[in-house]
Design a protein around this ligand. Structure first.
Ligand code: SAM
Length: 230
């Protein structure tokens, strides 16, 4: 089943996501870090791209803080929820329906900041190449990037999933109940993927819980703070 169809089904009948309209905590920490260490403040109205914006919990929040936000999302249902919430909050966010595994519909150097909050781990290798290239093209020189993505190093649940239901590409597994393919990354894979275009300012591991069929699983995530090369 195409991954876009899987996400659409997921938003219509959630099995994996626990929808909330509260902004994601690690994302908030990143914006605190930018303020403290790089004097980059949301009140200065940076342009921000939210990659896989889902129900808009992060994009809409960032817009309420003054940023000029755009979001790309593959699920029409999620996009509609995000737009509705933006209206309720009385903010403008430019939501685009489409895949971030395809060419982004934005000119080069459009954004000061991009965020990818557990979104790109469902891309395949060919799409991931387009996504990193497009991120590089549309982020301004010296712009910042926040990444939260699935981690392989030290994650027992990830190792079990890789063994029990391997996916079509390296370090991927298929989540059987929903047929979603996910990739888990080693530290070296993150470094290889992003250092051609980014300086990695911080890369840490964070333990969080994910839900599947009403059960919680402990998982590890990479939290990356990056700066686009000039
Ligand atoms: C785990 S959810 C995270 C959503 C959001 N970033 C958040 O923190 O709430 C992953 C999101 O990425 C979207 N997504 C996955 N693959 C995509 C693709 N190729 N293009 C656009 N959106 C995609 C999914 O529909 C989903 O909304």
């Amino acid at each position: 089943m195409p991954q876009g169809t899987i996400w659409e089904k997921e938003y219509r009948q959630p099995k994996l996501l626990a929808p909330t309209d509260k902004p994601q905590k690690d994302t908030l920490n990143f914006f605190r870090y930018l303020r403290k260490k790089h004097s980059a403040r949301l009140e200065d109205k940076p342009t921000i791209l939210d990659i896989g914006s889902g129900n808009g919990r992060n994009a809409n929040y960032l817009a309420t803080m003054g940023a000029e936000v755009s979001g790309i999302e593959i699920s029409e249902t999620a996009l509609r929820v995000a737009q509705h919430e933006a209206q309720k909050k009385n903010v403008q966010v430019k939501y685009t329906l489409g895949s971030f595994g395809d060419t982004f519909r934005f000119p080069e150097n459009s954004f000061d900041i991009a965020i990818d909050v557990t979104s790109s781990n469902s891309l395949n290798e060919a799409e991931r190449e387009v996504y990193t290239q497009e991120l590089h093209r549309t982020l301004k020189p010296g712009g910042f990037f926040f990444l939260k993505t699935l981690c392989l190093d030290g994650d027992k649940n990830a190792k079990n999933l890789l063994k029990q239901s391997p996916g079509p590409e390296k370090h991927t597994y298929i989540m059987k109940k929903i047929e979603l393919v996910e990739k888990v990354f080693t530290r070296q894979e993150i470094i290889n993927l992003y250092t051609p275009h980014f300086e990695i300012l911080e890369l840490s591991k964070k333990e969080s819980y994910t839900r599947m069929n009403n059960r919680s699983y402990k998982r590890l995530f990479w939290i990356g703070y990056m700066k686009h090369h000039r």
